[in-house]
Ligand binder design. Structure first.
Ligand code: IMP
Length: 208
C-alpha cells in the first residue's frame, strides 16, 4: 500500500487534551514538523460520535484539517479491560466525566480509575486484571485524504493508583514485564513502549 508522505511544515494536533498534545509534540520533534494544537488555532472540538477508535480519530482529524486548511493528526485512545469486555474502550474519557452532583462538568481521572476498580472488585479478588491501551492515529489532509495507524501496549491494572507523571489512567497501568506504573516511569521510558509510540512508529514508517 502506498501512503501519502507528510511534508515538513505545519501540522495541526487535533486534540484539546494537554497530556496527549505534549506527548505527540515530543514524538514529532525529530521530523521537521511544526506542531500547532487545535486549541491554539481556536478550532472547535467535534463531538466524538463514532463507536470505534478509528471513527473518532478520523472525525477529529478531518474536522481540524477542514477548519485550518492544514494537514491534521488526531489521536483516539483508550483503556480496554479484558474481563470487562474491552470497557471502558472508546468511552474511556466519558468514564471520567463528572455529573453536576459530583461538581461537574469536568473530568476526574481518580474517579474514573475508581469506577474500573469497582467493576473488577465486583468480580472478586482472583479476577483477571489484564488490560491494554489502544491508540489510533488518524492523519487527514484538507483535500480529504486520510491515513490510519493503530498501536497497543499490554499490561495489568493495579490498585491504589501510583505515580504523578503522565496523564489519564497512567497511575493504575503497569505494562507487562514492569513493576512501575506508567505514571511512575520516566516519560522517555513510557514513550519507548506506549500504545502511542507503537502507533507512531507505524506512522513514521509510512509517511516520513
Ligand atoms: P479520547 O481519545 O480523547 O476519547 O480519550 C481517551 C482517554 O484515554 C484519555 O482521555 C485518557 O484518559 C485515556 N488514555 C489514552 N492514552 C492514555 C495514556 O497514554 N495514559 C493514560 N491514559 C490514557
Amino acid at each position: 500500500m502506498t501512503h501519502r508522505k507528510l511534508q515538513p511544515g505545519k501540522l495541526v494536533i487535533a486534540s484539546h487534551n494537554a497530556g496527549k498534545v505534549r506527548e505527540i509534540r515530543t514524538l514529532l520533534a525529530p521530523f521537521g514538523i511544526e506542531p500547532v494544537s487545535a486549541g491554539e488555532l481556536g478550532l472547535p472540538e467535534p463531538e466524538e460520535t463514532g463507536t470505534t477508535f478509528a471513527e473518532n480519530a478520523l472525525l477529529k482529524a478531518h474536522a481540524s484539517a477542514q477548519g485550518s486548511g492544514l494537514p491534521a493528526l488526531a489521536d483516539d485512545s483508550g483503556l480496554c479491560v479484558a474481563v470487562l469486555g474491552g470497557a471502558p474502550g472508546v468511552y474511556t474519557a466519558d468514564w471520567a466525566e463528572k455529573q453536576p452532583f459530583e461538581g461537574g462538568p469536568g473530568r476526574d481521572w481518580y474517579m474514573a480509575m475508581g469506577k474500573v476498580e469497582g467493576k473488577l472488585a465486583e468480580l472478586g479478588p482472583d479476577t483477571d486484571r489484564s488490560a491494554y491501551f489502544i491508540c489510533t492515529l488518524a492523519l487527514a489532509w484538507p483535500d480529504g485524504h486520510e491515513e490510519l495507524f493503530e498501536g497497543r501496549v499490554q499490561g495489568s491494572l493495579t490498585w491504589p493508583p501510583r505515580g504523578t507523571l503522565g496523564f489519564g489512567y497512567d497511575p493504575v497501568f503497569v505494562p507487562t514485564d514492569r513493576t512501575q506504573t506508567f505514571a511512575e516511569l520516566d516519560p522517555a521510558e513510557k514513550h519507548a513502549m506506549s500504545h502511542r509510540a507503537d502507533a507512531f512508529r507505524k506512522l513514521v514508517e509510512a509517511v516520513f
